[in-house]
Design a protein around this ligand. Sequence first.
Ligand SMILES: N[C@@H](CCC(=O)N[C@@H](CS)C(=O)NCC(=O)O)C(=O)O
Length: 207
Amino acid sequence: MILYGTSYSPFVRKILVTLAEKDVAFEHKPVFFHAPDEAFQACSPLGKIPAIEEDGFRLADSSAISAYIEAKHPTPALWPAAAKDRARAVWFDKFGDTELFPVLIKPFVERVVKPVMMGKTGDEAVVAKALTEELPKLYDYLESQIDGPYLVGNAFSIADIAIVTGFHNLRVAKEKVDAARWPKLAAYVDATLERPSFVKAVAAKTN
Ligand SMILES: N[C@@H](CCC(=O)N[C@@H](CS)C(=O)NCC(=O)O)C(=O)O
């Protein structure tokens, strides 16, 4: 399998963690989104990362790719089987991608992507608003959902991957969850980022 996408991307990191958890061999091509690479473009109709190719099969979107890898490499299971657990895993995957990511990524965009990668000035007002107004309600919700090491059932799952992936970018932007206000979330994020699969994914090539 070829995996396209820089490991800076939380969505690419979902797949890097998934492949590490399942010990699946792959070739990593750490392109940036919209890279003018024909083979990558053929895999990603919207130019987004991640995308994969395997034996001529091309697929984009971290959730779709996760479903494919799960079906091909079922052990260890990352998509729970029990009805309620499976449904909650879908919910957290979606929540992570569509609600948490767009806000969690703001400090990284303003403090790393713009100044370091684009030569532009980051906007600290955007960061402040994310940290003080937008993230707290999402953190309150997550704090209410954490009861043990895993978000869903008794095992590490796609729910944990999808929720925690963006917190690495927050760390790189020099911010952390306030452990005094959200103790369960802070401890859960730290412990999950220390999993060998996350450590390996974070060390993967950025370009
Ligand atoms: N739903 C997609 C989202 C992927 C995504 O938005 N990736 C970002 C990089 S972190 C991207 O490619 N952005 C370029 C764009 O939105 O045009 C997934 O789960 O893979």
